[in-house]
Design a protein around this ligand. Structure first.
Ligand code: ADP
Length: 424
């Protein structure tokens, strides 16, 4: 039996899922990064190997393809042998703010790399703020994303990435090349060769096959980012299908036949096969609910809400001023007044207002030219609230579906399966 392994490196831990050709899960393993802040790359290496080693041997021996997703914009600088020469810079590290003016000078206006946390911002930070690191090593250092480096540990080919991870490095996913303005930068590091996510890169090295008891012909495929892997897991496939993540914040992703990029609203598109995965993120979401209610209260109060009846409270729930999508205003004040005494009414107003912002987000994507919405898969803490689902359905006017799977590792396993069967 041919089996496919997906590995997810998330923010707090890593997970592996093995599926068969029918998509049924055959094995799972997990690794928590708790308390391991020192020597991150050693922790990642250990996590990768132990996730694979924990898969029962009879299943491990059937794995014919592996794909790995990492957190988007978590990056490393390595020497020629793939050894990291500095601590990785994590996805949410905003030290790149120091080079933001430089980014504005070199990148086209409103480009997605113009952000303190983009991969290119991190690269420039290394280049300009750590001169001793760069001096004497011209051309010898490779710039990689987390997923690229982890895959390298298995297949041994240094310097290969995918165009999901490389989007925030400035890679042109339409023309499938680095744009001229990057080529002209004379970056003193080797930039990764970028290929289609899921494409077979190479078989695992013979050392890895022997030590982890994997098949010698087990192929490692190009990976993706954590949020795209989670989208692939959801089951959404056709233009118009979307996923909303109701976690601490509200993140929407819509599969569209047309590409939409609008830095003003923080909207950008990933290439997904022949389609585009258009995304936007608002600062509203569960974190605001959490500031007023415990999870238990959210559950019990929600059950007392009549979801068919509209609330007349019109809030813009934020923890602090400012939102980018669907309203682009860095000074947008949180609107949480008037606050009724009855907590059921207050929560009703909050849930309804977040639902309104979500619907406005999808409407904005449509106005900008994206394929109209046909259904929404929902993930995150808010997905388990049936009252909220009913309220959201009233605003979105499309069915809200439970994702087939929510684990990013499952999406990476699908990517490995599709990649090896050349369906992408
Ligand atoms: P993240 O990973 O983005 O931090 P999660 O997906 O774990 O977030 O979701 C956590 C959020 O879900 C919390 O902010 C919490 O307020 C919200 N949440 C938890 N239970 C419910 C519920 N029953 N209804 C609505 N929101 C909920």
């Amino acid at each position: 039996m041919n089996l496919y392994l997906g590995i997810d490196f998330g923010t707090s831990g890593a997970r592996a899922i093995v599926i068969d050709s029918a998509g049924t899960i055959q094995a799972e393993s997990q690794y928590s990064f708790a308390d391991s802040t020192d020597n991150l790359t050693a922790v990642w290496r250990q996590a990768l190997f132990s996730l694979i080693a924990e898969i029962p041997e009879e299943i491990r021996g059937g794995i014919c393809a592996i794909a790995i997703n990492g957190t988007s914009s978590t990056v490393l600088l390595c020497d020629r042998t793939g050894n990291p020469i500095d601590s990785p810079i994590l996805y949410n590290d905003s030290r790149g703010a120091k080079v933001i003016d430089k980014l504005r000078e070199i990148a086209p206006q409103n480009h997605t790399v113009i952000s303190a946390t983009s991969s290119l911002a991190k690269l420039l930070w290394w280049q300009h703020l750590i001169p001793p690191l760069v001096r004497g090593a011209r051309g010898d250092l490779s710039f990689l994303h987390q997923a690229d480096w982890l895959a390298f540990l298995l297949h041994g080919q240094l310097g290969i990435s995918d165009y999901h991870n490389a989007l925030k490095l400035g890679y042109d996913v339409e023309k499938l090349c680095y744009p001229e303005w990057i080529e002209n930068l004379e970056i003193p590091f080797q930039l990764p060769i970028v290929i289609t996510p899921g494409t077979a890169i190479a078989e695992v090295t013979s050392e890895i096959a022997a030590s982890l008891k994997l098949r010698k012909d087990c192929v490692v495929c190009a990976g993706t980012t954590d949020s795209i892997a989670a989208f692939l897991a959801s089951g959404a496939k056709f233009p118009g299908e979307a996923s909303t993540s109701l976690g601490s914040t509200l993140v929407i992703k819509l599969l569209s036949s047309t590409r939409i990029d609008d830095a003003k609203y923080g909207i950008y598109s990933h290439k997904l096969g022949d389609l585009w995965l258009v995304g936007g993120a608002s600062n509203t979401g569960g974190a605001v609910l959490k500031s007023f209610f415990s999870d238990g209260e959210l559950e019990s109060l929600s059950s007392q809400i009549d979801a068919e009846k509209p609330s007349n409270l019109d809030y813009y729930p934020l923890l602090k001023a400012g939102d980018r999508f669907p309203i682009n205003d860095p000074n947008l004040p949180p609107k949480l007044e008037p606050r009724p005494e009855n907590p059921v009414e207050f929560l009703h107003g909050l849930l309804e207002s977040i639902a309104r912002i979500e619907a406005r987000g999808y409407e904005l994507l449509k106005q900008l030219g994206a394929t109209p919405l046909s259904c929404v898969y929902t993930a995150g803490g808010g997905a388990k609230n049936p009252t909220w689902t009913k309220i959201r359905e009233r605003y979105l006017q499309v069915p809200i579906l439970k994702p087939t799977h929510t684990q990013a590792a499952y999406g990476s396993a699908i990517l490995a399966m599709q990649g090896i069967n050349k369906k992408l």
